[in-house]
Design a protein around this ligand. Sequence first.
Ligand SMILES: [Ca+2]
Ligand SMILES: [Ca+2]
Length: 201
Amino acid sequence: MKKIIALSVFLLLVLGHIKVITSNTSLQAGYITVSGRWWYWIDTDDRLPVGLAAVVIYDLEPDNVLYPVGSTFTDIYGYFNSDPILNDDGPGEDGLDIVVGVLTASPAAEVIDPSTNWYYFSLSDLRPDCPDGPINMGENLNATRDERGAWRTFSVHFGLTAGWHYLYSVAGYNMPLATCLWPYGDVPSYDPATQVILMPY
Ligand SMILES: [Ca+2]
Ligand SMILES: [Ca+2]
């Protein structure tokens, strides 16, 4: 279910149709900004920041469904900070009930499974009834430990992005989206027909 939500939300994000309620004005009464820092596990004891990954900010509603109210990206250190989001929780308004998700996807790269779904999607704990103003979800938001391989694969896109920038700025070639299929096969390889990078577990 989480993966289905993530897929649909990110499709909307990519297509530019996601309804993000934001304002370019400075923070004012009636708005929240949501910040935090995401990490992924590289083994059972150590973590690295989730860099340059899509972050979706949700409001939990009484039907127990998470509705996206904003989106942003982490920086290379895993930090994110949203634009202002209208803090309106509907009738009997008591502040949005915030959950933050992070996906193995960015404008430059993505990690998908053999069914072409975004491989992983982690959620923060719930912060109910947020007051107006800055909402800090904490500096220890952890992607699920069991899926650390997907996040480690996603981190490959730091290299892809650097290569992309080199091609664009030096060779004048605008490379399309790089896609990595994981887990697949026994050795890392590249399929030139589909332009997909294939990564073993
Ligand atoms: Ca709500
Ligand atoms: Ca509420």
